[in-house]
Design a protein around this ligand. Structure first.
Ligand code: GTP
Ligand code: MG
Length: 204
């Protein structure tokens, strides 16, 4: 018998949401999920094969990873995707049921705007109906030479309604701020997400 009936009230949550993080190799998708998740992250790291991945680290995501946080009373399931091009066939699979997307871009890449373009093209059908945030990482790196204003000009030129935020994927509070912003965008556009498939799986 439950002698603390109020506990039941506290555990009541809104419908869960799924969001996904896409973006180029080494931008910090795995790091961001590990920094922010309130549950142990389920991952799929393996030795990297593409040269770009080896530039910063020895391992890369080969399937996807899963973490979760709570915002208000909503459980937000976060799915990270592989950045390597050879896994792009998974794009449609990971987008299924997701209410919003974070496109994470490594500003230290030699052509970061081309990377933005690649991911926006890859997910263009999804992005027609769902909100997204472009999260620029590695802004502190010395190699960085593309400035935030250039991302803004690029987005404006292509008529994309995405917010752009700088984030250090290693910093929990910064990652949380990006997810909260996306959450706000999702809540602001209920008509578009209302018909998204119901999320049934709790983990990857
Ligand atoms: N200096 C700096 N390092 C960062 C920043 N964000 C992430 N990193 C580092 O960059 C690396 C990112 O690696 P991952 O998180 O594995 O990148 P990923 O996007 O999951 O890469 P794939 O799975 O290969 O697509 C890690 O070593 C992080 O510590 C940042 O803003 N500045
Ligand atoms: Mg990864």
């Amino acid at each position: 018998m439950d002698i603390h009936p109020h506990k039941q009230h506290l555990s009541v949550t809104n419908n869960p949401l799924k969001i996904i993080i896409v973006g180029n190799v080494g931008s910090g998708k795995t790091t961001a999920i590990s920094a922010v998740s309130e549950v142990p992250v389920i991952g799929s790291e393996a030795k990297a094969t593409e040269q770009a991945a080896l530039h910063r680290k020895a391992t890369t995501t080969v399937a996807m990873e899963y973490g979760a946080i709570h915002i208000d009373k909503t459980k937000v399931h976060i799915y990270g995707t592989p950045g390597q091009r050879r896994f792009e066939f998974m794009a449609d699979i990971v987008c299924k049921g997701a209410a919003g997307m974070i496109v994470m871009i490594d500003n230290g890449h030699h052509q970061p705007l081309t990377e933005v373009d690649y991911f926006l093209q890859l997910h263009k059908d999804y992005l027609k109906k769902h909100p997204a945030i472009i999260a620029i990482t590695h802004y502190d790196d010395n190699a960085t030479n593309t400035h935030l204003i250039e991302y803004h000009s690029y987005i404006r030129k292509h008529g994309l309604p995405c917010a752009i935020m700088c984030v250090d994927a290693r910093e929990k509070n910064q990652v949380r701020r990006v997810i909260e912003k996306l959450y706000t965008e999702i809540k602001r556009r209920p008509a578009l997400t209302a018909h998204a498939p119901t999320l049934t799986n709790q983990a990857a």
